[in-house]
Design a protein around this ligand. Structure first.
Ligand SMILES: [Zn+2]
Length: 262
């Protein structure tokens, strides 16, 4: 079975559903719902591109009665109100995937104004309660640094998908570079030690089956999950190229040593 297809995502969701883990949204986690659960999996999606793919994943989850969180970037290709409405109608949480500090080229005062005005646009379609930084590997800013000066709670936001999660307890997985181990993550690399041996989605499914960890956090990028052979191969090739570039950036930036954010 090819990895990173909709069929594989379905398999992952079915496995979660039949496991002892309760799937929860980021908002539910921030409201403390996890505290009453023995085992949970926070399901998050960063919609960086191709929002139609996000809708496909949202439908797969909905069929299994799973709710998750979809973070949309604010740009004309990604912020498509009809898709945002469809996904929220399926019962999922919608959040704001902000990149205000990148857009403001590092100027905090300007960035907070961008943040506020983009959040307002989101709120026309959905009462956004959580936000998540977008990590652009080639920019020199970390969008989360906005909160070194400001407080997202002043904007009616309950939590931030990184800052509000206790990574001491919750083990984070993201399929950055089509690999769950985190070796291609530049800005998205919480608890790497746990992730090192988990490369394919089948590895992740087996980890869920083993039932040893209590709290998971699974983040996917919907544009990477594709059933069509041509687009799947294009994704595969462009991802391989991106991984080579990322490793190069890593090497230049950290001189080969890995810098952990958490
Ligand atoms: Zn992103």
């Amino acid at each position: 079975m090819r990895d990173f297809t909709l069929a594989m995502y379905s398999k992952l969701c079915s496995e979660i559903k039949s496991s002892s883990y309760v799937p929860i949204t980021v908002e539910e986690y921030c409201r403390g719902i996890g505290e009453s659960l023995e085992k949970f999996i926070i399901l998050r999606h960063d919609v960086d591109r191709k929002p139609d793919h996000a809708l496909k994943l949202a439908q797969i989850e909905n069929k299994l009665n799973i709710k998750s969180t979809y973070y949309f970037r604010m740009n004309p290709r990604v912020f498509v109100p009809s898709i945002i409405r469809d996904i929220s109608d399926l019962g999922h949480e919608i959040g704001y995937h902000y990149e205000a500090l990148d857009k403001a080229k590092g100027e905090l005062n300007k960035a907070i104004m961008i943040f506020e005005s983009e959040l307002k646009k989101f709120k026309k379609f959905y009462a956004v309660k959580t936000i998540c930084m977008h990590g652009n590997p080639v920019s020199s800013w970390d969008n989360k640094d906005l909160w070194s000066k400001y407080d997202f709670r002043d904007f009616g936001i309950l939590g931030e998908a990184y800052n509000s999660v206790n990574f001491e307890d919750v083990v984070y997985f993201s399929e950055t570079g089509r690999d769950w181990s985190g070796k291609y993550s530049i800005k998205d690399n919480a608890n790497n030690a746990f992730r090192e041996k988990i490369s394919s989605t089948s590895d992740l499914i087996n980890l869920i089956k083993r039932n040893r960890l209590n709290y998971f956090y699974v983040n996917t990028h919907p544009e990477r999950w594709d059933d069509g052979m041509v687009s799947w191969s294009m994704q595969y090739m462009s991802q391989n190229l991106k991984n080579i570039i990322k490793l190069y950036i890593y090497h230049r930036k950290y001189n080969g040593s890995r810098k952990l954010h958490y």
